[in-house]
Design a binder for this molecule. Sequence first.
Ligand code: PLP
Length: 425
Amino acid sequence: MPAPVALDKTVILAKLPQMADKSRKDSDPPIGTGTRLVSAGRRAEWTGPVVNPPVWRASTHLYEDMTAHREGPRHNEDGRFFYGRRGAPTQWALAEALTQLEPGAAGTVLYPSGVAAIAGALLAVLRPGDVLMMADNAYDPSRAMGRGLLADFGIETRFFDPRDLSAFEASCCERTRAVLLECPGSLTMEMCDVPGLARAARKRGIVSLLDNTWASSLGFPALARGVDIVVSALTKHVGGHSDLMMGAASAGPKFYPVLRKRAQNLGIVVSPDDASLALRGLRTLQVRLDRETSSALEVSEFLAGRSEVALVMCPMLPGSPGHHIWTRDFTGGCGLFSFVFRGGTAQSRDAFIDALELFGIGYSWGGFESLAVPVDPAPLRSTMQWPPEGLARKDRFGVRLSIGLEDPADLIRDIEQALNRMTAE
Ligand SMILES: *Cc1c(COP(=O)(O)O)cnc(C)c1O
């Protein structure tokens, strides 16, 4: 019989280090993102002799004796066996990997979905009577959270146009406790000055949160750019294969303990099977994002040249709204962008989507396969106008594309035939 894997208990019970490369000297050459993605979270005491941490399915953690049992709950440290709700090495490895990939992070909390991460982070920092400033182009379920969950707990949500920094500063009041940003905005992809807004918030003692699902820490290292808490739907890019739901929130030493405490109160835990899938996705994140970005750029250039298209909303595309902010603040993009038809009707737009052969119709994005959904943002905006400035009133039927890993030439051919069929009808 092969010898059982010897897991060094003294190491397992050790506290997690802050960053794996803390011992590195400033004179050492920088470690590239691809290299970091490959090594992040892979501790020998968690993986044993195999490459990936095994799936530790566990509710009960057994203690060695009564002394260990008495000690267990007293410490409540990350990376210490206690009970299944605090996770086991599979979840710890994912959380640690995400922390290592987010410059400035002291820790990461995992949630069962992106929405749960947003709710968990907001409930960690807001109290009854507080005001939350929310970017008007935030993800719709975040908006619904403001009007529903948060309102029920006596928290007021005010929607604002995140492109207007001075309007944000003017509308902050004594009760303003937090601001939730998203860049680019959901569906309509507007860019905002995240470092400027975060700085203005911090000056007033307002906690800044960013939903950074679009860029991830690879394209926009949010904490390093002044954001207090960064939230992400791992369901999208990190999973990358459309087969899992998960979210994460990371923060520095001031807010990580606050997030962690609230998540423990709420009984938040993710399954080790999903954590294992997310870790697998994480290893290829950079190559997938690079490929998606270059393909999305090709597709968006094609669309920008078509007479049926009034506006392409793709931050990576020169000439697209907010492109200068993307070039200034971001080091990467992804495959998600939208465009608006010149005139037309909801029916002609739907006919275009139906005519697409390589794009699935469905929510979510960031998977290996391309997707399309209709975009009708007017009912989802309180202060930002739709259609946006510069477009005629009739130019309002949009489509959001999530560009996957197919060959961009095939995607463009598919879009071309769908446009031709739409206009022929
Ligand atoms: C999908 C999404 C979420 C929510 O993630 P789920 O895992 O689906 O709950 C949050 N923010 C943005 C920007 C998203 O696109």
